[in-house]
Each structure stands twice: as structure tokens, then as C-alpha cells.
Design a binder for this molecule. Structure first.
Ligand SMILES: [Fe+2]
Length: 154
């Protein structure tokens, strides 16, 4: 097995930590701004996403200290688009989640064949983020539409 390039892996993990923490803030913020008949299930879905992002951030942070490095205290970019439209929130979420997914794929390619455990972690995260993106994509389709809102390679 090839040696792990710890510094590179930690750099990706720190970007992921910041992205997941931004997700916690972003989903919590969105959840305050849902009005109308559909409010209750949508608020609980958004809060569940915030909780999931926090769990991901904690798992990423634990890997950073496992590798003997210092976890970033920064947070990823947060854009306040002042939107209270659920479609706009979901489109924004799809974009930011695609960035996180890209980082998990980068992590996977960096650890493949070098660390079974981090490779497994990266694959699990890719699986979770793909399912999440698929769910958001379906929420963005009009009832009856089968075509993906934003087709991507799976
Ligand atoms: Fe995540």
C-alpha cells in the first residue's frame, strides 16, 4: 500500500469541514424562512439536513485529529441571497452540495489504495451526498416530470 500524503488529505478534510459547517448554518437559516401551508414538513426536512451536515462535520473533524492535524475553525462561504422561495433554497442547496460532493470525490482519489478506512469513509459520504442530491433534484421537478432537474453522472 502506498503512503498517505497526510498534508494533502488534511487540506481536503479541512475544506470539507468548513463546507459541512456552512451547511449547518445555511439549512438552519433556510428553516426560519419557510412560510405557507407546506411549512411544517419542509422545516423539519431542512433541520434534518442541518443535523446531518453537523454529523458529517464531526466525522470529518475526527479524521483530521486522527491524522494528527489541527481542525479549521473557519466556515465555508455563506451567501445571503435573501430568498424565501423554497425552489431558490433548493437550487442553492443543490449547488453547494455538489461542491461538497466534489470534495469527497477529491478525498477518495487522494486516499484510494492508501488508506482503507478513509477510503471507506469517503465512499460512504459520496453515497450519502448522492442520495441527498437525488432527493433535492426530485423535489425540484414538477409533479409528473420524470426528467432530472439537473442531470448528473451518478
Ligand atoms: Fe454532508
Amino acid at each position: 500500500m502506498k503512503a498517505l500524503e497526510t498534508e494533502r488529505v488534511v487540506a481536503i478534510l479541512n475544506r470539507l469541514l468548513e463546507a459541512e459547517l456552512a451547511g449547518v448554518v445555511r439549512y438552519t437559516h433556510y428553516s426560519f424562512l419557510v412560510f405557507g401551508y407546506g411549512r411544517i414538513p419542509i422545516v423539519s426536512w431542512l433541520r434534518a439536513q442541518a443535523d446531518e451536515s453537523l454529523v458529517h462535520a464531526q466525522q470529518v473533524g475526527e479524521w483530521i485529529t486522527t491524522l494528527g492535524a489541527y481542525p479549521s475553525l473557519a466556515i465555508g462561504p455563506l451567501l445571503d441571497s435573501h430568498k424565501t422561495d423554497i425552489g431558490a433554497m433548493l437550487r442553492e442547496s443543490l449547488e453547494t452540495e455538489a461542491e461538497a460532493l466534489g470534495l469527497y470525490r477529491e478525498l477518495l482519489s487522494q486516499v484510494e489504495g492508501r488508506s482503507v478506512a478513509i477510503e471507506e469513509f469517503a465512499r460512504q459520504m459520496i453515497h450519502a451526498e448522492e442520495l441527498h442530491a437525488a432527493e433535492v433534484d426530485k423535489m425540484l421537478r414538477k409533479p409528473g416530470d420524470l426528467a432530472a432537474f439537473a442531470p448528473r453522472p451518478v
